[in-house]
Write a protein that binds this ligand. Structure first.
Ligand code: C2E
Ligand code: CA
Ligand code: CA
Ligand code: CA
Length: 277
């Protein structure tokens, strides 16, 4: 017979082993989630501010975890970036976006689909090679894919410029995301061949609140015009915001006013409905 202390010790070891087994680290959970196919894309409509028509969408990653609450990409994407899991995530995003693109183009030949790139995706060759190879295989028209990058992601401007040129050569558009929230200088952006500037939600929010940030917005719009960039306003929730942006020449918008991120089927329904109108 074992002494009581040893039994207790064994039980403790077993309990700790069980607990650590169940509670994986976040990168560990992400790895398992990828294997179990728990990640999928939702699509948020991008609309023409003058006509209200949906002309494209942004792919946003969702994590359907079997246990536990849904987790925002604002939490798991940074964790994936820190742990090196982001490459596998982006590969999955590219796969799914390319799989869904033909159905969208069939309903709307000039559809634009945006996907988000992290710094590692832009600086290494793998993601871009995968993207270009897939696009070539499906003979998608130029401009149907938009890669969204943030200022924060441009750590090496020279490397970024080279990769952006490569995307351009193959008809992929490049958008700078969350514009106005980064720390890099405008000269970094001016040196890149960009197509689209996405105005960050904080500036759009400020329109209604008449907050200080709303004084910056006209300057962002002027700068985009000077650089001949298309503009997409993000996080548009009210008609007041939409009116303001339209009057100042912002062409495109996305936000809850027009639609939340939704499954592919719902976006296809939306395109069918507007096709009949
Ligand atoms: P983001 O690229 O700036 O995406 C826009 C975020 O704003 C999305 O949050 C979207 O759901 C939300 N949003 C859009 N319109 C409105 C609105 O009218 N009101 C409000 N309150 N929110 C709105 P989401 O889907 O939670 O994504 C958060 C961030 O996670 C994204 O910000 C992006 O940086 C990152 N992310 C999402 N999917 C991916 C991905 O596939 N790859 C990478 N690298 N990052 C991703
Ligand atoms: Ca984005
Ligand atoms: Ca954004
Ligand atoms: Ca954001």
């Amino acid at each position: 017979l074992l002494p009581l202390g040893a039994v207790a010790g064994l039980l403790l070891v077993a309990a700790v082993a069980l607990a650590t087994h169940r509670r994986l680290s976040l990168p560990g959970e992400i790895r398992l989630g990828l294997k179990r196919r728990e990640f999928h894309l939702h699509y948020q409509p991008v609309v023409d501010l003058r006509t209200g028509r949906c002309i494209g969408a942004e792919a946003l990653l969702r994590w359907r975890r079997p246990e536990g609450l849904p987790m925002s990409p604002d939490l798991f994407i940074p964790a994936a970036e820190r742990s090196g899991m982001i490459r596998a995530i982006t590969a999955h995003v590219i796969d799914n976006a390319l799989r869904d693109l033909p159905a969208l183009l069939a309903l709307q030949p000039d559809f634009h689909l945006g996907i988000n790139f992290s710094a590692q995706d832009l600086e290494a060759d793998g993601s871009i090679t995968q993207l270009l190879r897939g696009l070539r295989a499906m003979k998608a028209p130029a401009g149907s894919l938009v890669v969204e990058i943030t200022e924060r992601n441009v750590t090496d401007a020279k490397a970024a410029a080279k990769q952006i040129a490569r995307l351009h050569d193959h008809g992929v558009q490049v958008a700078v995301d969350d514009f106005g929230t980064g720390h890099s200088s405008l000269s970094v952006l001016a040196g890149l061949e960009l197509d689209i500037l996405k105005i960050d939600k904080s500036f759009v929010d400020a329109i209604d609140a008449q907050a200080a940030a709303s004084m910056v917005l006209p300057h962002i719009i002027d700068m985009a015009k000077a650089l001949s960039l298309f503009m997409i306003a993000e996080g548009v929730e009210t008609e007041t915001q939409a009116d303001y942006l339209r009057e100042r020449g912002v062409q495109l918008a996305q936000g809850w006013l027009y639609g939340k991120p939704m499954p592919l089927e719902d976006l296809l329904d939306l395109l069918r409905t507007q096709g009949r109108a």
